[in-house]
Write a protein of this length. Structure first.
Length: 121
C-alpha cells in the first residue's frame, strides 16, 4: 500500500461582507533561504476556494512556503478599497510544512484593513 502523501489547500472569506471571496489570484512559492521559486498559481472560485489543492500530493514536499494572496483587485471591485495606494494589496503568508503525510489548510479571513489566518483542517 502506498504511503499517504500530504497536500495543501486554502480558501478566502470576505469578513467585511460575510461572503466567500471569488476571483482572487493566489501564488505559491517554495522558500529556501532568500530564494523564492514560484510553483503554483490559481484563482478562487465562487466558494472562495480553489478547484483543486494548490499543492497536490504528487508535488508535495515538506519545507517552507509562501502564499501570496493578490487581494487588491478584489477589494477595489467590491467597493471596499479606494485610492491609488491600498492598505492591503498583496498579502504574503509564510509557513512551514513538516509532515509529509498531512493535509495543510491555510485560509485567509479578509477585510479591507486587516486579515487573519490559521492552520485549518
Amino acid at each position: 500500500m502506498p504511503e499517504p502523501k500530504g497536500y495543501l489547500t486554502t480558501h478566502i472569506l470576505d469578513t467585511a461582507q460575510g461572503i466567500p471571496a471569488a476571483g482572487i489570484t493566489i501564488l505559491l512559492y517554495r522558500v529556501s533561504g532568500n530564494s523564492h521559486s514560484k510553483i503554483a498559481e490559481t484563482v478562487t472560485n465562487a466558494d472562495g476556494r480553489t478547484d483543486s489543492p494548490i499543492l497536490g500530493a504528487a508535488e508535495f514536499k515538506t519545507g517552507t512556503y509562501e502564499l501570496i494572496f493578490q487581494v487588491g483587485p478584489y477589494l477595489r471591485a467590491a467597493g471596499l478599497a479606494q485610492g491609488e495606494t491600498l492598505f492591503l494589496d498583496d498579502i504574503p503568508i509564510r509557513f512551514g510544512m513538516d509532515d509529509p503525510a498531512a493535509h495543510y489548510h491555510v485560509p485567509l479571513l479578509l477585510s479591507p484593513y486587516g486579515y487573519s489566518t490559521y492552520r485549518g483542517s
